[in-house]
Design a protein around this ligand. Structure first.
Ligand SMILES: [Zn+2]
Length: 429
């Protein structure tokens, strides 16, 4: 298929149809196994109080009332419902405050009661994990891909998730978050196109949901990273964020005014063909040799390393990182060069979008000196660029699981009753 037609086919497939209209007037933009229901004032207040505890916990009820803007009676009732459900717990009172006779009992999320299962579909293996409702990791396992067949890979990964679920004991599993690289139609839960996996139009979400019988949310890796930062990371001080993932793929997600910017066709953040100055890498499908994905992805890097004679056909990316750490200067220089190329791209993105923060995730970021080299690359074209906005992802090496979990938890905190209908009938009506 000619390149132009392929582009149109991919992008037209991504043109999203509006979902069914929700009873509260807004468009439902995500499929839910729960019925479409009107969101009551109580549900909204529950979500608000829960989000205040997420952002500020441990926090006493009086402070929740002040931040949430609810009455103290409402706060008492809603926190009682959340405590009864085991989502929130009371901590030990910190003693009477000055001028007040009653101790202030701080409340916090009960991170031991619930879990989210996560799946990241990589190019060579998948990562399955379980995290708590602050997206902190409980368990993680790597599942090697034994086949190129999408259904086989996904079914094995879902089997590993079921195994993790059994290991969680009494925790309530509220759902599954899935990420992958490539073009993801998050509304349909479908992987539209992934060049390195060679997969096209795979119903990832439904395959996992059928096997596990849980609520499943699926989106692109970089968007998961962006949501994790908004909810649990730099979002506490940043409204405009670029989340850049550098690993087997290179992808970006753009957050403007705390919302993920998806674009007219859902593919905003595609940085595949962003040209990187003097870089010379493997030839891209577009014909050039300095496209970001080709020079900065692990796959591209291995190709360059082979051309330079410092890697063989069987060398893995992990081996390159180990050799660099072990004092192999040629490999260390190539890894640093790759980080500077990423920095050049980050510079262009910051010029365009002027973000509060740029967060870097993916296994490329685990290489020693990665962040400093990115900042150097960023300043190479313009030394006045604000390189201090660039930082490593908040969850570090656990950011893959946190990113997938954030897709699910973002919805959970927006409307916990949709996931736990029992909350609506708990006392505190
Ligand atoms: Zn290209």
């Amino acid at each position: 298929m000619p390149a132009g037609r392929r582009w149109r086919a991919r992008h037209q497939a991504r043109r999203l149809r509006p979902g069914p209209r929700c009873a509260r007037g807004g468009l439902m933009t995500w499929r839910s196994t729960h019925s479409i229901h009107p969101v009551t004032m109580r549900q909204q207040n529950l979500a608000t109080v829960l989000k205040v505890i997420l952002a500020h916990g441990p926090i006493p009820r009086a402070d929740i009332t002040e931040i949430a803007g609810t009455s103290s009676g409402t706060t008492t009732k809603l926190t009682a419902a959340l405590i009864e459900a085991g989502i929130v717990k009371e901590l030990t009172a910190s003693g009477p405050t000055a001028g007040a006779g009653r101790p202030r009992v701080p409340l916090d999320l009960d991170t031991a009661s619930r879990a989210v299962l996560t799946l990241h579909i990589g190019v060579h293996y998948s990562l399955v994990a379980a995290v708590d409702i602050r997206a902190e990791q409980i368990l993680q396992r790597k599942v090697e891909h034994r086949s190129a067949d999408a259904r086989e890979v996904i079914q094995r990964a879902a089997g590993a998730l079921a195994e993790l679920r059994r290991q969680l004991g009494g925790r309530l599993v509220i759902g599954v978050g899935i990420t992958s690289g490539g073009t993801v139609d998050h509304t349909a839960g479908r992987l539209m196109h992934h060049a390195d996996l060679g997969w096209t139009s795979v119903p990832v979400r439904d395959l996992v949901a059928e096997q596990l019988g849980l609520e499943v949310v699926y989106d692109n890796e970089a968007r998961g990273e962006a949501l994790a930062e908004l909810t649990f990371g730099v979002g506490s001080r940043a409204d405009n964020v670029i989340a850049l993932f550098v690993g087997s793929v290179v992808e970006a997600a753009i957050v403007v005014d705390r919302r993920i910017h998806r674009g007219a066709h859902g593919v905003a953040g595609t940085v595949t063909h962003l040209p990187v100055g003097e870089a010379r890498g493997p030839r891209c499908e577009c014909g050039r040799r300095n496209c970001l994905r080709m020079v900065a992805s692990n796959t591209g890097l291995l190709t360059i390393a082979r051309e330079q004679g410092i890697a063989t056909e069987s060398t893995t990316y992990e081996e390159l990182v180990e050799r660099s750490a072990g004092g192999d200067d040629a490999v260390a220089e190539l890894l640093a060069l790759r980080a500077r190329w990423v920095g050049e791209a980050v510079g262009v993105l910051t010029d365009l979008l002027d973000p509060d923060a740029v967060t870097l995730s993916g296994n490329a970021t685990h290489a020693e000196g990665f962040l400093d080299a990115v900042r150097t690359g960023m300043r190479s074209a313009d030394p006045t660029r604000p390189d201090e906005v660039v930082q490593l992802a908040t969850f570090g090496e656990q950011s893959t699981a946190a990113a997938a979990a954030a897709l699910l938890l973002d919805r959970y905190f927006a409307d916990p009753v949709a996931f736990e209908p029992g909350l609506d009938t708990n006392h505190g009506g």
